[in-house]
Design a protein around this ligand. Sequence first.
Ligand SMILES: *Cc1c(COP(=O)(O)O)cnc(C)c1O
Length: 463
Amino acid sequence: MSNPFRGLPAVARVLEAPAAAAARDRYPPAALTAAVRDVLEAARDQLAAGAEGGDLGAESLAARAVARLDSESVPRLRTVINATGVVLHTNLGRAPLAEDAARAAYDAGRGYLNLELDLNTGKRGSRLAAVRDGIRTITGAEAATAVNNCAAATVIVLRAVAAGREVVVSRGQLVEIGGGFRIPEIMGVSGATLREVGTTNITRPADYERAVGSNTAALMRVHTSNYRVRGFTKAVGLDELIALGKKHGLPVIDDAGSGQALDLAPFGLPGEPLVSAGIAAGADLVLFSGDKLLGGPQAGLIAGRADLIARIEADPLMRALRLDKMTLAALEATLRLYRDPERARREVPVLRMLTTPLADLRARAEAFAARLRALPGVTADVGDDVAYVGGGSLPDVAVPTVVIVVGVAGLSEAEFAARLRTGTPAVVGRVQSGRFLVDLRTVSERQEDELFSALRTASTTLA
Ligand SMILES: *Cc1c(COP(=O)(O)O)cnc(C)c1O
């Protein structure tokens, strides 16, 4: 038997092949050499394993090495066109920022800013000064602060209010949000002890009463953001919980989660508590996410009693959970938009998408489908469907929407979806009952041309 490795060209020969030579102006010599070595080694492994190595000529191996470098030079995090219709898509980064907020983060990122400097006095200031007023305005609270996300907010609030003592929570509210956020475990991390009361479906005020004792530090309500308990159920309302707290001299913490600051009920999206409702009802602390229905950057916002906020900020953990300058800038800009609710509805993408009238969506879908139908082998039918808000918000509200069902001759919907996912820009749509669906609710008008060319490229058999 002849040595199969003998057929493999030397590194130097591969580097001289036209494909490698053509890449010399794009990649430094060391990177090209390393890629060629890797490709040769992979070919050797394949041959050793008895596999066919394919075309092992110098030119083919050089092309493989360059393809490897090309794929490595694409950033891992890339822009995705979200054609799923799921507005708060956790895997796609939840809330896209408003233009003002994105620009503020960009400016903060590329330069210096008065992050901790009071420009009037020239003295050191708090980085949180930029967002305190905005959070107070949307919640109506006397004081406010912010950390990295709502999970972090829950931990630091529980530490400040209840470390080493008990917090009473209904069994019906022991949520898991996803990504490993489970109330019982978060409670454990904070050093507070969870005192569960009631059952999954029924919790009465008397259940809380029985649990309150000398070691109780607080009562907590957790908003069931991503599920609802239905049927034979009874929960203790926030009002009742606050009355109980007052009676026993205990603070009431409201983990509101989804952070709705603009009432979406008039737009057919009822069911989420307003972030101002907890404070108005008398909750001592309200916490919620920045990147769910608020439509801002990832953050955990905390509003409530000034003495409790001061205690939270005195915790050394605050330093570990603090917001960075880009997030603070984006959060301040987002909160500013809420000074004018109509402006917030128009400019905060999450709100704009959720409140887009069905008729507008239908008109866009019809026009877009007509463009698609002009492509060879492509079918595009407009139909009615429902979508969910996602991201742990409005779990049981099926939002009526309009979709385009796209078919490509000779291509399964899974193959089509895979091509779109791996294209540039990447496109993620909905694959449902063997059909590929595009929902323009989550696609901005400025993205439509890009989406169209991505669909065209993916529909062309053998690009
Ligand atoms: C989403 C959510 C959290 C976690 O918020 P993150 O910002 O994702 O950390 C906590 N509590 C409730 C009730 C939530 O809905």
